[in-house]
Design a protein around this ligand. Structure first.
Ligand code: MG
Length: 323
């Protein structure tokens, strides 16, 4: 995009995304202005996506927009924050016309409504490179109550909420590499659902949590490393969707297949540390929300990650997506 008229037209297009939130100042000022909220902490997270790296080339613009927001919001869900706003950066290659951008904005409008988040500002530039997008999401948690990575204790159970492997299987299905059960897996890859439904359960029971974006093993290891702990994970205990379980049952090497599911990423499930005495209550509340929950291992004082399947050690040479 070049020239002022274009930039003003783009701001006009974006203005409905503020959802009449006064803090956006109609996208006419240099910045948004937010009043502090007494008794709450502001939780902020940023996610960037590059076409061909974080989403497939040729993906529908509406889907790209929604996936961008959802992936960012998933980080807030893991912190148990209540989202209210986002900032947006778009770097457009020359080949994106207005029809494409309008469809992109329709996707943002849809999920802005769904998650009650208002666009408060951002920036737009043109690029000689691939389409690059960045969303910064903002949410509130009651003061001092955000669930962090660094607060797991030795002996805590490693609990996964949400199916593992559907993100990776969904990407393969979207590429046409595996068959897709009426499209269920590709939809989960394209439009993951941030687990805000678990906010209260996590606040009540989780000592530490992260969302599973890089891959279960990598993300569980992030909690361990931040907490100064190690962990063991039993691949036999992964929570799987019906589609995931069906795919798995057709694989020759079950260990390798389970390892692929546990390292594939893009699941936007939540992995957390829970006091073993509390696991039963927690799992019951999570499952009552319709989300599968499973204890897949334990945090301990030994350093490093130990992976096994039903008692036999498995060599995990990669744990997830490396940036
Ligand atoms: Mg995350």
């Amino acid at each position: 995009m070049s020239g002022r008229p274009d930039e003003f037209a783009w701001i006009e297009t974006l203005r409905p995304l503020t959802r009449a939130d006064g803090r956006a100042l109609d996208l006419m000022d240099d910045a948004a202005v937010l009043a502090a909220r007494p008794g709450f902490d502001l939780v902020i997270s940023k996610d960037a996506m590059v076409e061909g790296v974080h989403f497939l080339q040729g993906e529908a613009p509406e889907t790209i927009a929604r996936r961008l927001l959802r992936a960012s919001l998933s980080d807030l869900a893991a912190k148990t924050a209540e989202p209210f706003a986002y900032l947006l950066m778009t770097a457009w290659p020359a080949d994106r016309d207005w029809a494409w951008r309008d469809a992109f904005v329709r996707g943002l409008a849809k999920d802005g409504e769904r998650y009650a988040v208002a666009l408060l500002g951002g920036d737009t530039v043109s690029t000689p490179g691939p389409l690059t997008l960045c969303a910064t999401v903002l949410g509130w948690t009651p003061e001092g109550r955000a669930v962090l990575r660094s607060t797991a204790r030795a002996g805590d159970a490693v609990v996964v909420c949400g199916a593992i492997g559907d993100g990776w299987l969904g990407l393969r299905a979207a590429r046409g590499e595996i068959s897709d059960f009426g499209g269920a897996l590709a939809v989960r890859y394209r439009l993951p659902e941030p687990l805000f439904s678990l906010r209260q359960a996590l606040r009540d029971h989780a000592r530490a949590a992260v969302d599973v974006s890089d891959g279960l093993l990598a993300d569980a290891e992030h909690i361990a490393a931040a907490s100064g702990l190690g962990l063991s994970i039993d691949l036999a205990r992964l929570p799987l969707s019906i589609e995931g379980a069906t795919w798995l049952s057709a694989q020759d090497d079950e260990g390798a297949a389970r390892l692929a599911l546990a390292t594939g990423g893009d699941d936007y499930a939540i992995v957390c540390a829970v006091d073993p005495a509390d696991v039963g209550d927690f799992a019951a509340v999570v499952e009552a929300q319709g989300t599968p929950a499973a204890v897949v291992g334990a945090f301990d004082a030994e350093s490093g990650l130990r992976v096994s399947m039903a008692g036999s050690p498995i060599k995990a040479d990669r744990t997830g997506w490396r940036h």
